[in-house]
Design a protein around this ligand. Structure first.
Ligand code: FAD
Length: 292
């Protein structure tokens, strides 16, 4: 299948890219890795009149890992982020989750920021950004920049707070505090497929190894990533004595996923409960220094 006709732009720097996007307005789309946009265009589900290819724009492929977290530039490919030791040290959940994203060939080309802007509720990275309380940095012609928190960035299936004329220049994944661990578990029919259900979890322990904070963000559980605070259900106990079936029930009761050809809503709820409990236990053992 072939896409509808479009004008192709290949700006060489950020200023030029933003100027073209401003001119194109709602008729323009950014082309990053093309792993989602090109299939959509070929299926004629997207028909931008102006395609702004940012692959030649210098300076957008950075992966900056510092004490506060990891800033990932718009052209940092999934594989580059997955392989970055510095990023894995500062924010290990990125590497853990990226290993579930598609297949190596797609990860070689697809970008982390592109995946966030694409805002597929079945994708792993939007849930990760939501769990960690990260942000997406948007820029437009004229110098305006804004950092949008994950909780307001994802607005619906394949919909984000990005406005016509804006370019997402980077995303920021905050580092973890002390005695805090994360984990990610999902179920897909084949490894690399979009998940039927998935949970990213974060646990913080207190000085006595009791759970002081427990939260989970869910994949394929609603129109946008769903974040649940499960601290209360864990009742400030050490992980070994938490009532994990009660945690599973709390998740099942609070989620309202859709049914589709891959799974019923009930099965998704069940999977989400099991995966959340599994991910929270794994996150607690990382927080306790027991590794994955
Ligand atoms: P593109 O396809 O270039 O763009 C996607 C959308 O984001 C477009 O609307 C584009 O305009 C916009 N966009 C991209 N970058 C910017 C930017 N910097 N500023 C503004 N707008 C921007 N993903 C998963 O998460 N999990 C999976 O299991 C998974 N499986 C896949 C399986 C297959 C067979 C394929 C083809 C893809 C799969 N993907 C999966 C999607 C893949 O991860 C994509 O790489 C990702 O969703 C989009 O990144 P991209 O750089 O290719 O974006």
């Amino acid at each position: 299948m072939k896409p509808p006709p479009f004008d192709y732009h290949a700006p060489r720097d950020l200023g030029e890219a933003l100027a073209v996007l401003a001119e194109a307005g709602e008729h323009g789309k950014v082309l990053a890795g093309g792993q989602s946009l090109i299939p959509l265009m070929n299926m004629r589900l997207a028909a931008p009149e102006h395609l702004v290819d940012i692959n030649r724009v210098a300076g957008l492929d950075g992966i900056e890992a510092g004490p506060d977290g990891v800033r990932v530039g718009a052209l940092a490919r999934h594989t580059a982020v997955e392989r970055s030791e510095a990023a894995a040290r500062r924010q290990p959940l990125l590497r853990t989750a990226l290993r579930h994203v598609a297949h190596p060939v797609i990860r070689n080309r697809g970008t982390v920021v592109g995946s966030l802007v694409h805002a597929d509720p079945s994708a792993e990275l939007p849930a990760v950004l939501t769990l960690l309380g990260g942000t997406v940095r948007l820029a437009r012609h004229g110098g305006t920049r804004r950092d949008v928190p994950a909780e307001s960035f994802f607005t619906g299936p394949l919909e984000s707070a990005l406005e016509p004329g804006e370019l997402a220049v980077s995303a920021f994944f905050p580092a973890l505090g002390p005695r805090t661990g994360t984990a990610f578990h999902e179920v897909a029919r084949r490894h690399g497929d979009y998940a039927m259900a998935g949970a990213a979890a974060l646990v913080t322990l207190d000085d006595d190894q009791r759970i002081a904070q427990a939260r989970a963000a869910f994949v394929s559980a609603g129109p946008v990533p769903v974040l649940l605070d499960l601290t209360e259900v864990c009742e400030s106990r050490p992980a070994a004595s938490v009532d994990w079936p009660a945690v599973e029930r709390a998740v099942r009761d609070r989620l309202d996923p859709d049914a589709d050809i891959h799974a019923t809503a009930e099965y998704r709820r069940h999977l989400s409960g099991v995966l959340a409990a599994r991910a929270l236990r794994a996150a607690a053992s990382v927080a306790a220094g027991e590794g994955h």
